[in-house]
Design a protein around this ligand. Sequence first.
Ligand SMILES: NC(=O)c1ccc[n+]([C@@H]2O[C@H](COP(=O)([O-])OP(=O)(O)OC[C@H]3O[C@@H](n4cnc5c(N)ncnc54)[C@H](O)[C@@H]3O)[C@@H](O)[C@H]2O)c1
Length: 245
Amino acid sequence: MIENLRGKTAILTGAAQGLGYAIAKAYAREGMCIALIDVQEDKLKQLAEELKAEGADVLPIAADLADAASTQRAAQQALEHYGEPRVLVHNAALLKERSMIDVTFEQWQKEVNIIMQAAFLLSKAVWQPMIDAGGGSIVFLSSASAIMGFVREVAYTPAKHGQEGLMKVLAMEGTPFNIAVNTVTPGAPMNTPMSASTYSEEMKQRWIDPALLAPAFVRLAKVEAADSTGQRIDAWQLSQSLKPA
Ligand SMILES: NC(=O)c1ccc[n+]([C@@H]2O[C@H](COP(=O)([O-])OP(=O)(O)OC[C@H]3O[C@@H](n4cnc5c(N)ncnc54)[C@H](O)[C@@H]3O)[C@@H](O)[C@H]2O)c1
């Protein structure tokens, strides 16, 4: 486990809102340099201004992670600006509930690309720089949809399953290079724009501020392969366990 994240770099996707926003705020508090990637340019700029005003070193990168070339350009921009990252958090995702009857190939591919293709392309981009740096940590956002099936999730569920598979392979291949690769499930209902459109009213009664899950992502920015790799981690449980007694 590395002790201090000050001056270390994070590449964070889906930073403009929801859980990604909470992770960005937490990494800024740790003194990390953050490449913030999102498709929502205005919200991203707003977040970057907010973090800069708090003294953080951040680089907003507007990119469409459904598009391979845009994803690769974003990764390149982050690497050219900051050098090798200590942590890559691929948090961006899109969930549009559609059945097999309704979904088009283009709609299916967009969700799969944001979740799965971008997980591969971003990991590929940071892989050699992390090897050269002697290690790093890669985190993908998982979900109950990575473990079981849900109706009207013809794209999201298989993409989240695929990301789990990629994590398992990269964890094995990354161990000799001290690259930790893990996935994270929130572990608690979160109050985010995605949840606002997908949760039942009953779940909305119980949802929590995603900032309460941020300690888990700070811990995962510090881990080395010997500490944790190839695991699916519950962010709520990990964050609770990190609270001072
Ligand atoms: N909300 C939940 O209950 C829940 C449960 C399990 C897992 N998750 C996962 O947690 C992560 C964060 O979820 P959230 O609830 O904060 O979601 P959200 O929809 O509120 O935020 C997702 C972010 O990803 C960005 N994004 C979407 N498409 C993009 C694209 N093409 N290119 C670049 N950025 C793009 C959005 O602009 C947004 O800022 C996701 O991976 C999600 O699958 C969420």
